[in-house]
Ligand binder design. Structure first.
Ligand code: HEM
Length: 463
């Protein structure tokens, strides 16, 4: 049998490989420079670390699904343990399996459908504030607004907690923690956290803030003794080990809540923010969206049964996540040596999966840069390679919240479209890849009220 080849890739600098490129440019830009030059497998050296970026859906499927047993979470995820601990996103093996089994029922489609009313309620609350701002022609940062809203939704629906007032603190602390984690990825050797550096101090302060908020959610539930309608928090708190009968330790509970609060709002918020940019650029798509919302809802409040009928709304979100997948890349580490597309993947080396680049693969997407929700019409989507589109990953570690996120984004987008035209003022917004793909400098927008909504009807009825 022929020995596997070494994959092609940029030679980079002696000792450091491509790391120096990443000190001056975002990781997204560095990859964009090399994608298209070397084929479907690109070999990088990040200092002492060897990595392969896999672009072809067959290879992505192989790593995430067919041979997933040979791949554990990568360096990025392990760095995130600094503030997420060992929750669902960052744990491995038996601990991960047990925690996933415990949390899974909370994400059953029927349970998610029961949360739609709370999602619409939270959106209505935000829109009431938008009414006042629109009346004064006051601009909003729609990225910040979405972050606050999705945090509110996750707090209410999964943890029975009111996190709306903590939104600014969570946003700042999370930004600090994500930036810190991201920067540690592009240095050859990470400096220990106890070293008295300003960046370490800022990170530890951010982690304390997040800890305080998460522990207070747990504490409030313990004190109130309420079961929160058997929400996710109740399920985690009630869980007992099959063998020992013991409850989850406080640290494990903290890690799970922290993971679900953070993973459960940041990504959806970014997806919605990018959607508003794309809709501002393409008025035809916005008009089609608005027509669907009018036809299905006819001005009344959205309920869970409307969602299957809001097909185009869903297609808009899916296409937006194709162009701007919030989890734009994630990694794995090979346990044993492997071969992908005839190239050698050494043990201990990294594999990079990037929805951002696979979603633009020219063999699977025509006019990859164009915004066209019709790509997600049922027949077109059915014909496509399943791993050509993977905003939520794939295989056993696929996002546990994918159904929740889609329902939430659909409910929020339809409810906003019913009442407002959100016009993002800069037509070009730079994507800033921290851990997720955030809009650099936010998403400044003007709000224009559009008529005929359930809120208007309620006002007319009560007048
Ligand atoms: C648009 C929104 C979202 C996107 C794009 C997204 C994306 C992803 C991706 C790509 C992964 C897999 C990472 C990997 O394989 O290394 C993941 C995992 C995960 N996501 Fe999401 N996510 C979203 C929303 C949510 C929500 C709403 C929740 C919870 C409420 C959530 C919780 C999680 C958790 C706990 C994991 C780890 C699952 C495991 O390893 O078992 N996510 N997400």
């Amino acid at each position: 049998m022929r020995a596997p080849d070494i994959a092609p890739g940029p030679p980079g600098y002696p000792l450091f490989g491509v790391l120096p490129e990443m000190w001056f440019d975002s990781r997204l830009k560095v990859h964009a420079r090399h994608v298209g030059r070397f084929g479907d497998v690109i070999r990088y050296r990040f200092g002492p670390v060897e990595a392969h970026l896999l672009l072809h859906p067959d290879d992505v499927k192989y790593v995430l699904q067919e041979n997933h047993v040979n791949y554990v979470k990568g360096r990025g995820t392990r760095r995130m343990r600094l503030f997420l601990g060992h929750g669902l996103l960052t744990s491995e093996g038996e601990l991960w399996r047990r925690q996933r089994r415990l949390a899974q029922p909370a994400f059953h489609p029927k349970r998610v459908a029961a949360l739609v009313d709370a999602m619409v309620g939270a959106t209505d609350g935000m829109l009431t504030a938008w009414d006042a701002r629109a009346a004064k022609d006051e601009p909003v940062d729609v990225a910040v607004e979405m972050m606050r809203l999705t945090l509110d939704v996750v707090g209410r629906t999964l943890f029975g907690a009111d996190l709306a007032d903590d939104a600014s603190e969570v946003y700042d602390a999370l930004t600090e923690a994500l930036e810190f984690t991201s920067k540690r990825l592009v240095v050859p050797f990470a400096i220990p956290l106890r070293a008295p550096l300003p960046s370490n101090r800022r990170f530890l302060r951010a982690r304390e803030t997040l800890d305080r908020i998460v522990y207070s959610v747990i504490e409030q539930r313990r004190k109130s003794n309420a079961r929160g309608g058997a929400d996710l928090l109740a399920m985690l708190m009630d869980a007992r080990d099959e063998e020992t009968g013991e409850a989850m330790s406080d640290t494990q509970l903290r890690d799970e809540v922290m993971t679900l609060v953070l993973a459960g709002h940041e990504t959806t918020a970014n997806a919605l923010a990018w959607t508003f940019l794309l809709l501002s650029r393409e008025p035809i798509v916005w008009r089609a969206l608005r027509a669907e919302v009018d036809a299905v809802l006819g001005g009344r409040r959205l309920v869970a049964d409307d969602l299957p009928k809001l097909r185009y709304t869903r297609m808009v979100i899916e296409e937006s996540m194709r162009l701007y997948p919030p989890a734009w890349m994630f990694g794995r580490m090979a346990i044993a040596e492997d071969t992908v597309r005839g190239y050698r993947i050494p043990p201990g080396s990294m594999v990079i999966i990037s929805p951002y680049f696979t979603h633009r693969h020219p063999d699977f997407w025509t006019n990859p840069e164009g915004f066209d929700p019709e790509r997600f019409a049922a027949d077109a989507a059915a014909k496509r390679h399943k791993y050509a589109y993977l905003p939520f990953g794939g295989g056993p570690r696929i996002c546990i919240g994918n159904g929740f996120a889609l329902v939430e984004a659909q409910a929020i987008l339809a409810t906003i479209t019913q009442r407002f035209r959100v016009d993002v003022t800069p037509r070009e917004v730079v994507a800033e890849p921290i851990v997720t793909l955030r809009p650099k400098g936010g998403m400044p927008a003007r709000l224009a009220r559009v008529p005929y909504t359930h809120a208007d009807k309620a006002a007319v009825v009560s007048a």
